[in-house]
Design a protein around this ligand. Structure first.
Ligand code: SF4
Length: 352
């Protein structure tokens, strides 16, 4: 009989399983859930406060995997990259980014990615597999456990390896664990899921959980977007904008539109004007990401600072929030679009 990975189960799912399959009661399931996610136990035997008989039944029927950091790299700017080794030899990455009072963890949702965006190293790998809910949520737990007493990750962003909405089946239980006050207890206001625009999944995410949404838009016409983001063939820019307009947002919340800027491709004021029009009617803010040049895509260049500033000014002067993302962790290949350049499992190791 296959053993159950208890770290894939939300509190409700764990309770159902322990009541139905182990004959335990709900109170005991909550205690187990807390030992898993608040104490970070790595062995059922360590579950203080849980009856010995329950611990033994769990050890027989379930597993309790823990992500292992293969390499941890520190950037001169304070960014820290964790390269996790998975049980099947693949590796994924999480990046911890300090910024003033914020400490943001950028998390992965898949090994590789099927979206094949033409500027992204992860996309170049193709999809190797989805991460389990356990592997997703455990990134936050294991990073938190490396931090000194009193220091806490404040924000979670799903902008690492993978398209999170392509793995919604596992992302939702992982988010439930991350948001649960008996689990990792993050506020839904501090958790952001980024998508290239898997339109039907956007509505599914909204129906499941009230987290923040970011859309990686990166272009202002269908033709332009198609050149860099193959997903546009399946879901057009127009369809994506309609889905954004229909996305249910609580009062005061806005969708973040991420816009990677490439010199001579999408960085003119005409592009800014078209993007402004696309966002009309959507509670939106824009996050400009000057492209991180790298040897993998030598033909793609970062616009100069004046071009980025003029682009930003176009929005700000019209009353639309627009920030420029500072590049972080370049010296450890932790910047946007660079993840996965380090060692991956199997065949990829030879390719990279
Ligand atoms: S940018 Fe995101 S969605 Fe596109 S290929 Fe890279 S990881 Fe996948």
């Amino acid at each position: 009989m296959d053993r159950v990975d208890v770290k894939c189960l939300s509190r409700d799912a764990l309770t159902r399983w322990m009541v139905d399959e182990l004959g335990d009661d709900a109170g005991r399931a909550v205690r187990v859930f807390k030992r898993l996610w608040q104490d970070g136990v790595t062995d059922f035997a360590q579950m203080d406060g849980v009856a010995r008989a329950t611990r033994e039944r769990l050890a027989e029927r379930a597993v309790l995997p823990t992500l292992e950091a293969d390499v941890v790299l520190d950037s001169a700017d304070g960014t820290r990259k964790f390269l996790w080794k998975l049980h099947d030899g693949y590796r994924i990455e999480s990046v911890l980014i300090p910024d003033g009072h914020r400490l943001t963890l950028c998390m992965s949702s898949q090994v590789g990615c099927a979206m094949a965006c033409h500027f992204c190293v992860t996309g170049d790998m193709g999809l190797k597999r989805h991460l389990t809910a356990s592997e997703i949520a455990d990134q936050a737990l294991q990073v938190q456990r490396t931090l000194p007493e009193g220091v806490r990750i404040t924000n979670l962003v799903f902008m690492g390896m993978g398209e999170p909405l392509h793995n919604l089946k596992n992302l939702i239980p992982a988010l439930e664990i991350l948001l649960d006050d008996h689990g990792l207890n993050f506020s839904h206001r501090k958790v952001t899921v980024s998508t290239v625009g898997l339109v039907p999944k956007m509505a599914e995410l909204a129906a499941a959980l009230p987290v923040n949404l970011a859309i990686s838009v990166n272009a202002t016409t269908e033709e332009q977007r198609l050149q860099i983001m193959p997903i546009t063939r399946k879901h057009s820019l127009a369809e994506l904008m309609d889905a954004a307009r229909a996305f249910p947002l609580p009062p005061g919340k806005r969708i973040t539109f991420e816009y990677v800027m490439f010199a001579g491709f999408n960085d003119t004021l005409d592009d800014a004007a078209r993007l402004f029009e696309l966002l009309r009617g959507i509670p939106a803010k824009v996050n400009l990401i000057p492209y991180n040049e790298n040897e993998h895509y030598r033909d793609l260049k970062c616009p100069d600072a004046a071009t980025v500033k003029a682009f930003q000014h176009y929005f700000v002067s019209r009353g639309l929030g627009c920030s420029v993302r500072t590049t972080r962790g370049l010296d450890i290949s932790a910047a946007c679009g660079q993840l996965g350049r380090a060692r991956m499992g199997g065949v990829l190791a030879a390719q990279l």
